[in-house]
Design a protein around this ligand. Structure first.
Ligand code: MRU
Length: 327
């Protein structure tokens, strides 16, 4: 397994800098909420549950003005609801302990952040157990982006299912989409599955259809950034295309996510805010110019897969099947 990606050091936060993987495994020290906010924005820490955990610790680094600290952290990325869920939990904890001196309150908030972290670990474990029942010995499983240990406080959601099935002795061929434009599949999923000794094959995103048609894929499992109450699911851009291909090839498509990713305030996926990212991610991928100057670019970081393409949603409470109604 890989080293802990999120480490609380008592008075500062250490994060594996995921922008440097797989070339370098280095930790980033975050000593202020500004450091944590910048790390979330530039994707040094990414993946919906991991963003929530990092932000919770970030709150404890900005005790001078907690409202400002929470607002700053909330302004980093709009799509993953776990960020707002974790910040809301911290806000509730603050209001329950009003009148306390700052040192005492800080200790309580650190405990709350650790609890959010621990809870997520436990949720990943349970998601893994429920989801592993879907995988048969010898299956080929496709995943998109990174919903693994790097993206959560535990073993991951989609990859947590795969790790658990592997632990049960099942042989699995995992296919990882490289996940343009930032290559979370190639840089992160392939890296962490390889470190775990899994049989992983990396493909470009545009190869997913062919590997399905060739009969290599029995099951698809992806993570989620926000799930509306009807089951529509926002996840990394490209997930929707995978789900459409899955339907065409009659392959079950599952989402794995903790219940903290479900946003019951939204009736359907059209209401999920989609983060738009810098055009340089496409025109200058990893420092090299890959498109003409001044080209028009559209770069949504996420898409929404409609619930009718999703066979089931694996949470820590079990596997929900359509019709979804998380109310
Ligand atoms: O932009 P990213 O890398 O934060 O996007 C991550 C994803 O889309 C993941 O699939 C999702 O957050 C689930 S992580 C368990």
């Amino acid at each position: 397994m890989i080293p802990e990606p999120i480490v609380w050091q008592g008075d500062f936060l250490q994060l594996i800098d995921q922008t440097k993987l797989p070339e370098e495994l280095i930790y980033l020290d975050c000593k202020t909420p500004q450091d944590v906010a910048a790390a979330i924005k530039r994707l040094s820490v990414r993946g919906a549950p991991a963003i929530g955990v990092a932000a919770a610790y970030g709150v404890t680094l900005g005790m001078d003005n907690l409202d400002e600290t929470i607002d700053l952290l909330a302004s980093t990325r709009p799509t993953a609801v776990n960020l707002f869920w974790a910040l809301e939990r911290m806000r509730r904890c603050i209001s329950q302990h009003q009148g306390m001196n700052l040192d005492q309150l800080r200790e309580i908030l650190i405990k709350e952040a650790c609890l959010i972290h621990e809870d997520d670990k436990e949720k990943c474990r349970k998601i893994g157990e429920f989801g592993a029942s879907l995988i048969k010995d010898g299956d080929g499983v496709l995943t998109h982006c990174n919903a693994g240990a790097l993206a959560t406080g535990g073993i991951g959601t989609a990859l947590g299912v795969i790790y658990t099935a592997l632990e049960q002795g099942k042989r699995i061929q995992v296919y990882a989409d490289e996940t343009r434009p930032l290559l979370q599949g190639a840089r992160l999923t392939a890296w962490e599955l390889k470190a775990a000794g899994a049989d992983v094959t990396l493909i470009c995103d545009n190869m997913a259809g062919v590997v399905m048609r060739e009969g290599r894929i029995n099951l698809i499992i992806v993570g989620a950034d926000r799930i509306a109450s009807n089951g529509d699911t926002a996840n990394k851009i490209g997930t929707y295309s995978v789900a459409v291909l899955a339907e065409k090839h009659n392959i079950p498509f599952f989402v794995a996510a903790p219940t903290s990713t479900i946003d019951i305030t939204l009736s359907d996926g059209s209401m999920i805010p989609i983060e738009q990212r810098a055009q340089e991610e496409i025109t200058r991928g990893f420092g090299k110019q890959t498109a003409p100057d001044n080209i028009k670019v559209y770069n949504p970081a996420f898409d929404v897969t409609p619930h009718e393409l999703i066979k089931g949603i694996i949470t820590e409470e079990g596997i929900a099947e359509a019709p979804y109604s998380f109310l």
